[in-house]
Design a binder for this molecule. Structure first.
Ligand code: KG4
Ligand code: ZN
Length: 351
């Protein structure tokens, strides 16, 4: 067996209890328990419900991961955990579990940034990360463009170029799905409906792409105007008594989101002289986003890397992957009293 260190990663920033186990860059287990069904009737994640679900799922998920990886806990060389950003109560469950393991096993602990973990996970599938790379992270909680020169965050290694100024991309998918009567979380349902729809049926607005916005917000996103535009359009159609063409609206909305995301990511990469774009977060599972990003990047000589959908949504493997990188690059572990920080800045990769 390889003598590379064995890392166990814990993720509880939102509604997925994830426990991943990696050895070096090799993924051994990725156990995920999701409380998404418990939030569905509220149309969004309820923090208290998520925290309680993490508590219940933590031990069984750790056990399942160890079993899949064929290891026992005493084999583990280091623990990594998402310390932030995310829901405060949810993060606390993961951080407490990680501390308990670190103390019980007498092993180092690394409190890591959730966003950097979304970037690091790609190494498990596509090998060492090209650095620098331009990372676009799009999920229910975040939409960011990052210049990554060192995924462990050394020497300003994760540099934010832009972010959403209102809703996250996934949040827009979820809210628009709700308007269209589709279940939560809306992204996969819109993706599916859009395949049967006409993406030029409605010309929805492209947020922060007008010339006057580009000066201050060139690499920032805004999706709340788009969501309102869809709401207005649907209301008007309902008032007219005609049926709402759900597939066409879904396709037109999705096209507006993917158009802006890919345009800005490629603009950022070209401006920064970076020839690799990495897309992560739940929205990276979107089929149209993948195709459009590939197409537009190829035209500019840029390579796109997107982890498989199961590694794009929140999971423990991504945390283990970043923890593994911390160990490989000799980073000093976190203190045992590390905090859960719901608003941990993206530049703070290791606490
Ligand atoms: O990364 P993630 O699992 O959790 C966080 O929010 O951190 O992302 C979940 C988000 C949800 O908003 C969901 O609607 C969206 O990712 N999503 C998608 C797709 N699959 C998941 N959005 C668009 N297309 C998809 N196929
Ligand atoms: Zn996430």
């Amino acid at each position: 067996m390889s003598d590379e260190p064995l890392i166990l990663g814990i993720e509880t920033s939102c509604d997925e209890t994830g426990v991943g186990i990696v050895r070096g860059h090799t993924l051994l287990a990725d156990a995920v328990a999701s409380s998404v069904d418990e939030h569905a009737r509220f149309g969004g994640v309820v923090p208290e419900v998520a925290s309680r679900a993490h508590l219940e799922a933590m031990v069984p998920t750790i056990e399942r991961a160890c079993e899949t990886a064929g290891i026992v806990l005493t084999d583990v060389d280091a623990i990594a955990v998402t310390s932030g950003p995310g829901l405060a109560g949810a993060l606390m469950v993961g951080v407490a579990a990680a501390k308990a393991l670190a103390v019980g096993l007498d092993k180092p602990i690394y409190g890591v940034n959730h966003l950097a973990a979304h970037v690091a996970v790609d190494q498990l599938e596509h090998g060492p990360l090209p650095e620098p790379c331009l990372a676009m992270l799009v999920s229910g909680g975040h939409s960011s463009l990052l210049r990554v020169t060192d995924v462990t965050g050394q020497h300003g290694g994760v540099d934010p170029l832009g972010a959403t100024i209102d809703d996250a991309a996934g949040e827009a998918f979820d809210k628009v799905a709700r308007l269209l009567g589709l279940p939560f979380p809306g992204g996969p349902h819109i993706d599916r409906a859009a395949r049967e729809g006409d993406s030029v049926y409605v010309d929805f607005p492209r947020g922060l792409t007008a010339r006057r916005d580009l000066e201050r917000h060139r690499f920032d996103f805004s999706f709340s105007g788009l969501k309102t535009a869809v709401a207005r359009w649907v209301e008007a159609r309902e008032r007219s008594g005609e049926p709402v063409p759900v597939n066409d609206v879904a396709a037109s909305f999705q096209e507006a989101v993917c158009d802006v995301l890919t345009r800005k990511a490629i603009d950022a990469a070209v401006t920064e002289g970076i020839d690799h774009i990495l897309i992560g977060g739940g929205v990276a599972a979107n089929s149209r986003l993948r195709v459009l990003a590939e197409e537009r990047a190829a035209a500019r000589g840029i390579r796109v890397r997107v982890p498989r959908p199961g590694l794009c949504t929140d999971n423990g493997a991504m945390v283990a992957a970043l923890g593994s990188e911390m160990v490989a690059r000799g980073r000093t572990p976190s203190r045992l009293d590390l905090p859960a920080d719901s608003s941990q800045p993206v530049t703070e990769v290791l606490v």
